[in-house]
Design a protein. Structure first.
Ligand code: HEM
Ligand SMILES: *[C@@H]1O[C@H](CO)[C@@H](O)[C@H](O)[C@H]1NC(C)=O
Ligand SMILES: *[C@@H]1O[C@H](CO)[C@@H](O)[C@H](O)[C@H]1NC(C)=O
Length: 478
């Protein structure tokens, strides 16, 4: 089903935005007769195939949109979505080629409405050497040694703190969001949950809503409210940065991301307040919705697959049996959760929180089968299409965590399973997300039994989530 405001928005967007691009590209691609575009259909004038894409992704089975085109044109095809002609790749080798050549042949490309919310200096929008520096700084703060020595304890504590308040009916998605938000704030600037973080989260949620008002943000009140909220969040964060600069002058140093950004020796230093604030906001954006949705969907898939839930529970009960009731999880405990890792991989594979990544060709690029992507064109590397392909994963559309046992889940080539992307922009939070998911599942299955409070289903537009935020009825064990 399609609501009419969205339709209107899309239509106006297409008129205003794609009219010129469409003509421009038409003229240009006929003028340049050398390269051959991948086959495909650009759909209706202006609107392209956007409506087909959206209506497919609004159902619980968006696969036909890709399947139909792959069977007609092959795994790399041309379409026209969100106001621009786009080369769509459902091919693992082409995806790898696109991701690896970030900064050389392709660059990340987000719509202007999203850039405004992220801030000019956000990591997601950065390019070149600054991006390299910021990316490795983020990596150095999310690597396994830091998680083992510092973050794991915080994660375990904050997960438990939140679950302690659960009774009766729980909106799992909301709870998961609270947990991931608190974790990120802790990791960034060492704040434990308090009134300040609560208020920050309220404003921040308004910002997040703004991300999903594309495609016609300028006329949307949600978007305007989001921009205002962004201003407030940025002001609050600026104050924190200011205070911390003073602390640094006094020789005090905390062990968190902000300290690394301010520290000349730790690879940071020399960043402006604005750059630091944009950076922190981007980390909140990147880690929050993704991880909390994955938590929620893991629980949904497990609930629908009782045998997997039973096996998972057994694994975690064994860990608990070795420890006192509330004793914190250690790194060795995390390392002894093999089936949990299968569940997490399978959830990431089948849920595809980030279904793919948008890039723009920086030059004419020749790809597989001699096709050419013209300079300036949008490219969509679909991670989802590979994960859901029956040739790469047997019965690809079923939730089957056992396929990962004996490392047999993915065929020998590593580029079949890329939930965290790849190349220079590969997710720097991947390990952290895995640990957060593992701890969350550990505390959930060892403390509660639950059942769905009502039926709820997956949808994929504008983002992957369940329609009703997955309400469950929980019961504390013992
Ligand atoms: C299940 C959870 C997560 C998934 C599925 C996920 C997925 C991804 C993917 C696919 C990308 C690549 C985007 C691109 O190439 O354009 C990415 C980038 C990124 N992720 Fe994650 N992510 C998750 C959790 C996190 C967490 C917890 C953090 C933060 C601590 C984080 C921080 C980032 C950042 C900063 C980038 C941008 C990297 C860059 O552009 O250099 N992510 N993520
Ligand atoms: C993994 O190995 C075990 C024991 O070697 C076997 O019982 C099981 O069926 C294997 N699982 C898969 C998915 O191949
Ligand atoms: C899960 O996927 C990662 C690749 O992202 C892989 O390295 C790991 O071995 C997989 N885990 C299992 C249990 O198969």
């Amino acid at each position: 089903m399609m609501d009419s405001s969205l339709l209107t928005s899309l239509f106006t967007l297409s008129l205003s935005l794609s009219f010129f691009l469409f003509l421009f590209n038409l003229i240009r691609s006929t003028a340049r007769s050398k390269g051959r575009l991948p086959p495909g259909n650009v759909g209706l004038p202006f609107l392209g195939e956007t409506l087909q894409l959206i209506s497919a992704y609004k159902t619980d089975n968006p696969e036909p949109f890709i399947d139909d085109r792959v069977s007609k044109y092959g795994t790399v095809f041309t379409t026209h979505v969100f106001g621009e002609p786009t080369v769509f790749s459902a091919d693992p080798d082409t995806n790898r080629f696109i991701l690896q050549n970030e900064g050389r042949l392709f660059e990340s490309s987000y719509p202007g409405s999203i850039s405004n919310l992220l801030g000019r200096h956000s990591l997601l929008l950065m390019r070149g050497s600054l991006h390299k520096r910021m990316h490795s700084l983020t990596m150095s703060f999310g690597n396994w040694a830091i998680i083992r020595d510092h973050l794991l304890e915080d994660i375990d504590r904050l997960v438990r703190l939140n679950m302690d308040a659960w009774t009766g009916r729980v909106l799992l998605m909301e709870e998961a969001k609270k947990i991931t938000f608190q974790l990120t704030v802790k990791q960034l600037m060492s704040f434990d949950p308090c009134e300040w973080t609560e208020n920050l989260m309220k404003e921040y949620m308004l910002v997040i809503e703004g991300f999903f008002t594309i495609p016609l943000p300028i006329f949307s009140t949600t978007y305007r409210r989001a921009i205002q909220a962004r201003q407030k969040v940025a002001e609050a964060l600026s104050l924190v940065v200011l205070e911390r600069r003073r602390d640094v002058e006094r020789g005090e140093r905390k062990n968190d991301m902000l300290a690394a950004l301010l520290d000349d020796e730790g690879g940071g230093g020399g960043f402006s307040d604005e750059e630091i604030v944009d950076f922190m906001l981007a980390l909140l954006v990147a880690g929050y919705e993704t991880t909390s949705t994955t938590m929620t969907l893991a629980v949904k898939f497990l609930t629908e697959t009782p045998r997997a839930l039973a096996q998972l529970k057994e694994e975690h009960d064994e860990i608990r049996a070795r420890k006192a009731e509330t004793e914190a999880l250690q790194w060795e405990d995390y390392k002894s959760m093999p089936f949990t890792q299968c569940v997490i991989n399978e959830t990431l594979r089948i849920a595809n929180i980030i279904g793919g990544v948008f890039r723009r060709a920086m030059t004419d690029v020749t790809i597989k089968d001699g096709y050419t992507i013209p300079k300036g064109w949008k490219v969509f590397a679909s991670l989802r299409a590979v994960h859901m392909n029956q040739d790469h994963f047997k019965e690809a559309r079923a939730f089957n965590p056992w396929r990962w046992q004996n490392n047999s889940g993915t065929s020998s080539t590593t580029n079949m399973f890329t939930p965290f992307g790849g190349g220079p922009r590969r997710c720097p939070g991947a390990e952290l997300a895995r640990v957060e998911l593992s701890v969350f599942l550990h505390r959930l299955v060892t403390q509660f039994s639950w059942e769905p409070a009502e039926s709820d289903k997956l949808v994929f537009f504008p983002t992957t989530r369940t329609q009703k935020r997955y309400p469950i009825l929980v019961q504390r064990l013992k």
